[in-house]
Design a protein around this ligand. Structure first.
Ligand SMILES: [Fe+2]
Length: 186
């Protein structure tokens, strides 16, 4: 399994989503216009909780604590591996012990017109190192994909990309926790 829809009541999700959306608008309005596309905006955890207080209900329910989070405003994210800053290539990444591999994604805008795609690399793949390990799409085979229509937990340690199918940016939050949220992935 590479992703799973998070169990959350529609009522709570609507409240959280409204608060998340208001906060996202204020964050995006504070950006310079030319940098608005292709951005992962790092958000201080305490600032997020102050502006999205209903998220505490979700955190309490599963006894989770936020480690870090981003607001993602993007038109495309190329194939890459999360947590790969200190890896030199795919084999090195696979062999590194890793205590966390799950990320949660929270849709805000235009996510229904996007696709998150998972890949496996072909034996002769090349890789592109730009902080994270990135890959050339022609060197990969698609193994699964999903549309971010409701909060979703996913394996961020499997090569993945995001494609947006229209001309609008896709806006979502990516949230990680201090411990692996395996309870969401059952
Ligand atoms: Fe990622």
């Amino acid at each position: 399994m590479l992703y799973k829809k998070i169990v959350i009541s529609d009522d709570l999700w609507q409240i959280i989503r409204n608060e998340m959306t208001m906060f996202a608008i204020s964050k995006i309005q504070s950006l310079d216009k030319p940098t608005i596309i292709q951005n992962a905006i790092s958000i201080p955890r305490d600032q997020f909780i102050m502006n999205v207080p209903s998220f505490n209900q979700f955190l309490d329910q599963y006894e989770l604590k936020i480690n870090n989070l981003w607001l993602s405003v993007t038109k495309r994210i190329g194939p890459h591996l999360d947590f790969s800053e200190d890896s030199t290539d795919y084999d090195d990444y696979q062999n590194k012990p890793r205590t966390r591999s799950l990320a949660t994604n929270w849709p805000i805008f235009n996510t229904e017109n996007s696709s998150t795609i998972f890949y496996t690399p072909r034996p002769d793949h090349r890789f592109i190192k730009k902080g994270l390990l990135g890959f050339n799409e022609n060197d990969l085979d698609i193994i699964d994909q999903f549309t971010l229509e409701s909060p979703t937990v996913m394996r961020a340690d499997v090569i993945h990309s995001v494609k947006v199918l229209n001309d609008l940016p896709r806006i979502s939050y990516s949230i990680r926790y201090t411990s692996e949220p395996t309870i969401l992935f059952k």
